[in-house]
Ligand binder design. Structure first.
Ligand SMILES: NC(=O)c1ccc[n+]([C@@H]2O[C@H](COP(=O)([O-])OP(=O)(O)OC[C@H]3O[C@@H](n4cnc5c(N)ncnc54)[C@H](OP(=O)(O)O)[C@@H]3O)[C@@H](O)[C@H]2O)c1
Length: 339
């Protein structure tokens, strides 16, 4: 069955951002909707994800993934419904998630998308707690951070998409949790996510508050932000501490990253610092998805979505997220299911 709508609105990279991104770095264009070939599906986008890593893809700097070219659709995880299928495993109406980009329609290999289980309510959970951000929290904390009951776990970016989940998994593991976030509202959010202590890194007494909040030092530091916030946490490490380098969002818009880490600290504290990528754990996504979905169903993991309406507003949502305006997982709603 051929789809009737022939145009595909897309958000593309118009210019490589210099420093903080601006409106003119993005363009909204229209292209023809593609036809799925053998083994492919045509997906109509319902939601797109807004994530800090997209800033790295816009730059030419060497990274773990290929940079976008000018004119490319902005890469993103998206949730959509299959409208045509040439893959026997998927049928029209199925909900799927995949790396489909900021566009209304995408043609993808059937094997490159994941079917969203019907029991996931709302299905957008597949873009956060039971999707990439949840997996990031799960593998980063449990595999890299290796928390033990009674450990003090500090999380930066604690009110954000990954951070809101890390703290709750750490509580489930029997840890004491300290969330660091920007401003009083985000600190209130941290307490809703069960953090034992919430600390505002924008407050003048940040370092003193951190000292008071971690009287027994820090056993696991889950680092989402880097920079001065992390320098403050490094000063409170315990012997044997594990520093999980998940992200460094405070550095993404700087021409030169700030040198705030001193390797000698690893000697003093016999500490381990390790970076990781969630995609390295692709072979274990099913394990994490089952546990994360169960924790959500039991009410052990709470979450919040920060929804922007309209594909054309995705760049604004992205820039707002980099400024810290999102309260929870930043998402853009593109269309209604079955519409
Ligand atoms: N390693 C992986 O595989 C992987 C996968 C997914 C995500 N990540 C990383 O995880 C981190 C969190 O991602 P997310 O999707 O959960 O985003 P998020 O936390 O929902 O949103 C980004 C947040 O970063 C904070 N921020 C911005 N500038 C900052 C600064 N200068 N200093 C401190 N905080 C700042 C803001 O929160 P405040 O209002 O609190 O400042 C903002 O809300 C990012 O670094 C991302 O790159 C890594």
């Amino acid at each position: 069955m051929a789809v009737l709508v022939k145009t595909n609105r897309r958000v593309t990279l118009a210019a490589r951002p210099e420093g903080f991104p601006k409106d003119s770095d993005f363009a909204l264009d229209e292209a023809e909707v593609g036809e799925p070939g053998p083994g492919e599906v045509l997906v109509r986008t319902l939601w797109v994800s807004v994530d800090p890593y997209q800033r790295g893809r816009m730059s030419e700097a060497r990274s773990y993934a290929k940079s976008l070219e000018l004119g490319d659709v902005i890469t993103s995880q998206s949730l959509g419904e299959v409208v045509e299928s040439q893959d026997a495993r998927l049928s029209p109406g199925d909900l799927v998630v995949g790396q489909l980009g900021w566009q209304e329609y995408a043609v993808a290999r059937g094997g490159s998308v994941r079917r969203v289980p019907e029991f996931l309510d709302p299905p957008t959970l597949a873009l956060h707690v039971v999707g990439m951000t949840g997996m990031t929290a799960y593998f980063g904390l449990l595999d890299v951070g290796q928390p033990k009951p009674g450990d003090t776990v500090v999380v930066s970016g604690a009110a954000g998409a990954v951070g809101q989940i890390v703290g709750q998994i750490a509580k489930l593991m029997g840890c004491r949790t300290i969330g660091i976030a920007g401003g009083p509202d985000k600190c209130t959010d941290c307490t809703l996510y069960g953090y034992d202590v919430a600390i505002d890194y924008k407050a003048a007494d940040f370092r003193n508050a951190l000292k008071a909040g971690c009287p027994d030092g820090v056993d696991v530091y889950f680092d989402n932000v880097g920079g001065e916030v992390s320098a403050g946490v490094h000063a409170r490490l315990n012997v044997g501490a594990r520093i999980v380098i998940c992200g460094q969002v405070s550095q993404y818009n700087l021409e030169r990253p700030e040198p705030t880490f001193h390797p000698g600290l690893l000697i003093v504290h016999r500490a381990r610092m390790e970076g990781f990528l969630v995609t390295d754990y692709a072979h274990r996504y099913d394990e994490a998805a089952v546990r994360l979905a169960r924790w959500v169903a039991e009410g052990s993991i709470r979450w919040r979505e920060d929804v922007t309406e309209g594909l054309e507003n995705a760049p604004a949502a992205f820039m707002g997220m980099l400024r810290g305006e999102n309260r929870g997982k930043a998402l853009v709603k593109v269309a209604e299911r079955g519409g």
